[in-house]
Design a protein around this ligand. Structure first.
Ligand code: ZN
Length: 188
């Protein structure tokens, strides 16, 4: 077996020297690219190993083996992304719930995880979705998709006032964005 980062012979996907978070982030992206966008994968070691998989998409199944080398809490985001991609809904709900609790909006991919988490909760588990929709309600500057989702949630539970206000906030943020774009164009 060889290290997917440096190619050195060893007994795991990453050798001791390469077992750090920066390398993990890159190797994780390389594997996902190989699985879903093979042309974008520039890592020769990942390509060499990936050639053994009859279906490139199944290569992402080695991700949990790599994550096991790290502390769970430090790599929870990658577990969330893995469970999301492989559609393991229950496992995603558990890991995403904990990831959302222990990180904040600024963490990479946080809002993407949040969107999928809430989307999975409605319409079956309004209680589980409510806390996070309330947080969206109270927070400015998030991705538009989250406001759409929260508006949908409030409409579903019959809180039409909040749903309407969220729609208006969405419009305002869209107008602000178009105006600033217009200013850039006009003023060069
Ligand atoms: Zn290495």
């Amino acid at each position: 077996m060889f290290c997917l980062n440096c190619g050195k012979e060893n007994d795991h996907y990453l050798c001791n020297d390469c077992r750090n978070y920066e390398t993990l982030r890159r190797i994780h992206d390389d594997i996902r690219n190989f699985a879903f966008y093979p042309d974008k994968c520039l890592n020769g070691y990942v390509k060499e190993l990936g050639a053994n998989f009859p279906d490139p998409k199944t290569m992402i199944n080695i991700i949990p083996d790599i994550l096991e080398m790290y502390n769970y809490a430090d790599v929870e985001l990658y577990y969330c992304l893995y469970y999301l991609t492989t559609r393991q809904k229950d496992k995603f709900a558990v890991s995403a719930g904990s990831y959302l609790e222990n990180n904040d909006f600024h963490a990479p991919s946080y809002q993407k995880i949040m969107y999928s988490y809430i989307n999975n909760k409605i319409p079956g588990d309004f209680k589980g979705a409510e806390k996070w929709c309330d947080l969206i309600w109270e927070t400015d500057g998030l991705f538009c998709d989250l406001y759409y989702l929260a508006a949908k949630f409030y409409a579903m539970i019959g809180d039409y006032d909040k749903a309407d206000i969220l729609q208006i906030r969405l419009w305002i943020s869209a107008i602000v964005r178009v105006r600033s774009l217009f200013t850039v164009i006009v003023t060069g």
